[in-house]
Design a protein around this ligand. Structure first.
Ligand code: DX5
Ligand code: ZN
Length: 222
């Protein structure tokens, strides 16, 4: 399967959000990545339901919602109602992760779990058969535009090996500091979904930048 690109709207121009959503729709990107922050799990607050509903009205590509919030169970149904295709929670925020993942699937969404850079893969080993996506954070969550933490490609490689060993089918997503400089090596390591905020939206030609990321790891880009 060719890898997917999910531009993170956190780096969009919020005063002209419809334009940036339209750019993602026109581009070869696959998903809209939507970062929800509560000021508790992470120090920052991003945006909430009304803004996501507005994005949804302009989007036909799937919404990939990344919850950086405490007690995400409280909002599972809200995000199902907002038409999220993927709902990702943080393992560090879930006491009953197995139950949370089941509830996300029951609400009709793909269930994702995100791991902070310091969180070991073994923290999700027992639920690898109960999820649809694992998001490997390559920055400490909370802000866009941070530096990619080296060593993440190795973590992706190890997760990819675990997936093969257990014959699982979840997608591996990488989030934070992703751009043309590391896209190919992440795809080679086993990443299926690349989230990219600043590298896309701060580019001179965001649509062309998406195409570069989409082609990474193939013969089109060296
Ligand atoms: C970080 C968010 C990311 C962020 C990525 O907490 O989860 O999705 O928007 O932004 P860049 O690509 O700029 O690192
Ligand atoms: Zn994210």
């Amino acid at each position: 399967m060719a890898h997917l690109i999910a531009p993170s709207l956190l780096a969009a121009d919020f005063a002209h959000l419809a334009n940036d959503v339209a750019m993602v729709e026109r581009s070869s990107a696959d998903w809209h990545h939507i970062d929800v922050m509560d000021g508790l799990f992470v120090p920052n607050i991003s945006y909430g339901m009304p803004v996501i509903a507005a994005i949804g009205r302009h989007a036909s590509k799937p919404l990939d919602v990344h919850l950086m919030i405490e007690q995400p169970d409280r909002y599972i149904q809200h995000f199902a109602d907002l038409n999220a295709a993927v709902l990702t929670v943080h393992v560090e925020a879930c006491t009953h992760l197995h139950r949370t993942l089941a509830a996300i699937r029951e609400a009709g969404m793909k269930a994702g779990v995100a791991l902070n850079p310091h969180t070991p893969l073994h923290s999700i080993e027992e639920v690898l058969g109960n999820l649809d996506l694992v998001c490997i954070m390559s920055v400490n969550p909370g802000f866009g535009g941070q530096k990619f933490i080296e060593g993440t490609a190795d973590k992706v490689c190890r997760l990819s090996a675990l997936r093969k060993e257990g014959q699982h089918e979840f997608l591996i997503e990488v989030d934070g500091g992703v751009g043309r400089q590391n896209a190919a090596s992440l795809v080679d390591a086993g990443a299926d979904v690349l989230v990219a905020g600043s590298s896309v939206f701060k580019a001179e030609d965001p649509e062309a930048e998406v195409a570069v990321l989409k082609a990474a790891g193939t013969a089109l880009v060296q």
